[in-house]
Ligand binder design. Structure first.
Ligand code: URP
Ligand code: ZN
Ligand code: ZN
Length: 683
């Protein structure tokens, strides 16, 4: 174990030992759409957003050494946020004016659903239970009785007994203390709560903020049976990654209703970025970094910087993630389309067809493999990108693929819908694919293990926000919903269609993610000692998905009208019943940040041996003692008899040679070509 990973495990052990910090009731109303002034991609550090000094829980959760806390507190003090509170830009008058100005006048519009206002409510009895979780009272004991427990590798008819947020017993005829609350689960499947590997709650993006924040987004997640999300802290180019991480923590910690982890974006490269990646891994529980191959001029990295960041990921035992689309091609195509007068949402898809995603996916695989770095391709949207992942896995690459609820549940024909609002609501990057066989294809690859996890890329923008791009598709904020419906959509398209069984459902909705991100079996398993994050699933009940009834703050649902079997009748999060008979009893701040330790065995388990096995081997041979051509002072060869290369050498190059007059070139015999073998890296 490297000193870095030892330090990381010590840090994580400290985190484990901490008493949970419940911070109830700190959630705010959902943010209204807001504009952020001049920055196209979002965060404007000084103009609008004041960064929050650490909340008490933050200080505790990220203070492994005095040095760290001292520095951070000093930094944050100097930012001068009044009263230590995060200023919500939506409250500004300018913002309100901006939003009024961006009306969708002249746009063909379907009925726009006015989102239900998610009000903070007065404290209720279960809130008190949430606050005081360690008093050993009966409320902390729960028995899920009579259900069928489903893990990724087995199903068994068993009861599950929970105490203080942890699964204590799994089996039949369990002895439980008096006063234990019983949840009847007869006819139900008892599964690990879902882990959504990819969300962007309240992301500052394309001039506005995603409308589902860490409160409404995680509340909706719970409603659908997801008990943990993984969000992305994304620094602007030139910004500190560690600061971005702290900013996201300050947004999320007081608001989350379920547990969450963070991936961190790498949007620029220099040595300092590499050092910060190490710091995040060792001290802040981050084990995955997302690199963007699109969003030219803002977040996009070129191949050199991708390579540097992949090398650093490998060095620190983190997982490299890529948004795989060729940003240069997109830029080129976009200009052409706008010139042609194509300004509607269809232009978004036309500017970035499948092969643009497949090319980047292939390039990312090659770059990562060449430096021996495991790779995770986020939001796999197309058949051809998925094929790249499958094929590379067959060639021995360590690569994982994540389709999302949107790519599994709907398709890109919507971009051609006559209603602008409808078409714009589906705009996301990479786009949904017009080939309507895509969802089935991706599900088949999940079924056979070629793809492993499922996220949502939940990044929601309401009609008036999408309308920022009413005259120009490049200005439509990219993103769709999914966090609430992912479990149902995958159940419907996967299990009901006969493509996957309930065990595989568990694998692709939680277990594989827990293994990849190194939080298994704390998460992703129903077993003694695991967190009591559980969904009691009714496989027979049906519901029709609609923006009129969903919990999300956004006013549109890309799965509108889809009838799905499979409903989360009960959701248990940290041992508490948070969903019951359709009622969601989520409390902001009830979730916790979950550190993800580096060197996940599921990801890195074979890397060391692989490096040794693939290491380049020098060929021992007698030194060459024949003639050598002479170069003149321009570096050109002299046409002298003595410069002819002997034909018995072990390899030749294809460039012009002195013996080019002969009809055939010397035969090729390459044992160890320069640059290594084609498959497998040697680092
Ligand atoms: O359209 C998308 N995907 N929005 C969120 C940002 C990203 O690239 O994941
Ligand atoms: Zn992305
Ligand atoms: Zn995303």
């Amino acid at each position: 174990m490297s000193s870095g990973s030892r330090r990381a495990s010590r840090f994580l052990q400290e985190k484990e030992d901490e008493v949970p910090q419940w911070i109830p009731g700190l959630g705010t109303d959902k943010p209204r759409p807001r504009t952020l002034g001049t920055s196209f991609f979002g965060y404007v550090p000084d103009a609008f957003v004041e960064k929050t000094p650490f909340l008490p829980s933050e200080k505790k959760a990220t203070t492994p050494t005095p040095k760290d806390s001292e520095t951070k507190e000093a930094e944050h003090k100097s930012e001068g946020a009044p009263n230590g509170q995060y200023l919500d830009p939506s409250s500004s008058k300018e913002f309100q004016r901006d939003m009024d100005a961006s009306s969708d006048e002249g746009v063909v519009t379907e009925e726009v659903v006015v989102p239900q206002r998610v009000e903070r409510r007065a404290a209720e009895p279960w809130d008190a239970q949430s606050v005081d979780s360690t008093d050993g009272s009966a409320q902390n004991r729960l028995l899920i009785k009579g259900g069928r427990v489903v893990n990724d590798d087995m199903m068994q008819d068993a009861d599950v007994y929970i105490e203080d947020g942890i699964i204590k017993q799994v089996g039949t005829n369990l002895h439980t203390p008096g006063g234990t609350r019983v949840v009847e689960a007869k006819g139900h499947l008892v599964m690990p709560g879902g882990i959504d590997t990819h969300t962007h709650m309240q992301l500052p993006f394309m001039g506005t903020f995603a409308v589902d924040d860490f409160y409404t987004g995680t509340r909706a997640a719970l409603a659908g049976g997801t008990t943990m999300i993984m969000d992305f802290a994304i620094p602007q180019k030139g910004e500190s990654l560690v600061e971005a991480y702290h900013r996201w923590r300050s947004w999320a910690d007081p608001k989350v209703c379920c547990d969450y982890a963070l991936h961190v974006g790498v949007t620029w490269w220099c040595d300092k970025v590499g050092k910060e990646m190490e710091e995040l891994t060792e001290e802040h529980g981050i084990n995955s970094f997302k690199m963007f191959m699109a969003y030219k001029d803002t977040w996009q990295l070129d191949d050199h910087d991708l390579l540097e960041s992949f090398k650093q990921c490998k060095e620190i035992g983190a997982l490299a993630q890529v948004h795989a689309e060729n940003g240069d091609i997109i830029k080129e195509n976009t200009a052409k389309l706008l010139d042609m007068g194509i300004t509607g949402p269809e232009g978004h898809e036309l500017s970035r067809p499948e092969e643009v995603e497949a090319e980047a996916t292939n390039r990312a695989c090659v770059l990562a493999n060449q430096v021996g770095c495991p790779l995770y391709v986020v939001h796999v949207m197309s058949k051809s990108a998925a094929d790249v992942v499958s094929n590379k896995r067959r060639q021995g690459h360590i690569v994982f693929g994540e389709p999302i609820a949107a790519s599994l549940g709907t398709d890109g024909t919507h971009y051609y819908h006559k209603c602008w609002r409808h078409a714009a609501a589906h705009v996301m990057g990479p786009p949904l694919r017009p080939d309507c066989e895509t969802p089935k294809y991706l599900m088949d690859l999940l079924a056979n293990g070629d793809l492993q996890t499922t996220g949502t890329d939940n990044c929601t923008f309401s009609a008036s926000q999408k309308a920022l791009g009413k005259d120009d598709f490049t200005k439509i904020p990219n993103g769709v919903n999914g966090v609430e419906d992912r479990m149902s959509v995958i159940w419907e398209k996967g299990v009901v269609s006969g493509k996957i069984d309930p065990c595989k459902f568990v694998a692709v909705t939680s277990t594989n993610a827990a293994k990849i991100f190194n939080i298994y079996p704390k998460k992703g398993r129903i077993a003694v000692g695991s967190d009591a994050d559980i969904v009691v699933w009714n496989p027979h009940a049906t519901r029709t998905i609609s923006a009129k009834t969903h919990y999300q703050a956004v006013d549109f649902n890309i799965f509108e009208g889809m009838e799905v079997h499979g409903i989360a009748d009960y959701v248990i999060c940290h041992g508490r019943v948070v969903v019951e008979e359709g009622n969601v009893r989520a409390v902001s701040g009830m979730g916790k940040f979950v550190p993800t330790p580096s060197h996940s065995p599921y990801v890195y388990g074979r890397v060391q041996e692989r490096d040794i096995a693939n290491a380049p081997k020098k060929v021992d041979r007698a030194p060459y003692d024949g003639p050598v051509i002479q170069l003149n002072n321009q570096g050109l060869t002299q046409a002298v008899e003595s410069s002819i290369i002997p034909t018995n050498q072990e390899f030749y190059t294809r460039g012009a040679q002195m013996n080019d007059k002969s009809p055939k070139r010397p035969s090729v015999k390459v044992h160890n070509p320069p640059g290594g073998k084609a498959s497998g890296s040697f680092w």
